[in-house]
Design a binder for this molecule. Structure first.
Ligand code: 0X9
Ligand code: ZN
Length: 305
């Protein structure tokens, strides 16, 4: 199997980030956006081809939840694919000619490292304070979108602990600060999770409909149909609160409220057979089907904006 068809330790991923920027100096830059609770750097890869300036942009983050290993694997797969197919694949070329792409391969490096060394099923980050003996905040409950209402918990021992206050966690704050400072260029926000095979869009923090619901629904439907046609695999799609569950404080809803009106959360393979323990032999299919969906969504956003 190739490098991209295996899961990688955090150390390997940092090494890969370094290698990727060195090998593609004209197209990739690593941007340090902050650091984790345990002081690990948070690097965003900026993919950019120098055709025009003032370009629009899209954002993809992976690995908010530590145990969802297919998610960082997807970010690596995506970067590799875009770098090797620019100028060879029409969609990739069109997307990069029109947009810069920001990729955060591991949003929660402390949690990811912990799943490699200690507890494979860890979900949250690794922050703690004197007020509780439990460790970790669910970073996808820590954003300022109906923060800690129904679907999140104030209990530090819960798997869906929302943290002491919105953006209390350095990982959340780093991402939120970066998106705030780039909100005029970023038109598309994507967050990659697993599992259950879904394409979700706002809102998850309320059962109300987003103002551009029909637009988001149409885009998600088209992406899901692409997966169905090319890979014979079924993805459900819809507003988060109605499709999966009510869950406030998520990055997608927060980015949407910031003004990034195309905002999606992917739940990649599978539908529960292996769950978070998706075997490495499934990585290529899981990533290729997600990639075709991401390309479909990005192309639609370019058409519409
Ligand atoms: O609960 C979550 O954070 C996500 N599902 S997961 O099984 N990967 O934990 C779904 C996130 C959907 N979006 C929001 N809740 N905002
Ligand atoms: Zn998740």
């Amino acid at each position: 199997s190739t490098f991209y068809e295996r899961y990688h330790s955090l150390e390997d991923i940092y090494y890969w980030i370094n290698r990727t920027t060195q090998d593609n100096p004209s197209r990739v830059k690593a941007v340090l956006i902050g650091s984790s609770f345990e002081k690990r750097p948070l690097y965003v890869l900026k993919l950019s081809v120098n055709t025009r300036s003032n370009k629009k942009a899209m954002w993809i983050d992976c690995g908010i939840h530590a145990r969802e290993w297919i998610s960082p694997a997807f970010c690596l797969w995506f970067v590799q694919n875009f770098l090797s197919f620019y100028g060879r694949n029409q969609d990739v070329t069109n997307i990069l000619d029109n947009m810069d792409v920001y990729v955060l391969p591991v949003l929660n490096p402390d949690g990811y490292h912990f799943t490699w060394t200690t507890n494979r099923m860890w979900r949250k980050n690794r922050s703690f304070s004197r007020s509780s003996s439990c460790v970790g905040v669910d970073l996808n409950r820590n954003f300022d979108a109906n923060w800690c209402t129904e679907g999140a918990s104030h209990n530090p021992c819960s798997e869906i602990y929302c943290g002491a206050f919105p953006e209390s966690e350095p990982e959340t704050e780093a991402v939120a600060n970066f998106l705030r400072s780039h909100k005029n260029s970023i038109q598309l926000y994507l967050s990659i999770h697993s599992y259950s095979q879904m394409l979700l869009f706002p809102f998850s923090c309320t059962t109300e409909q987003a103002e551009n619901h029909d637009d988001l629904l149409e885009i998600a439907k088209e992406a899901a149909q692409k997966i169905q046609r090319h890979y014979r695999n079924h993805y459900k799609y819809g507003a988060g609160a109605k499709t999966i569950y009510l869950a406030p404080g998520g990055s997608d809803d927060w980015a949407y409220n910031l003004g990034i009106k195309y905002s999606f959360t992917f739940e990649l393979q599978d539908r529960g057979r292996y769950g978070f323990l998706l075997p490495p032999s499934h990585i290529s299919k899981a990533c290729n089907e997600a990639l075709i969906a991401v390309k479909t969504i990005a192309m639609k956003v370019i058409e519409k904006t």
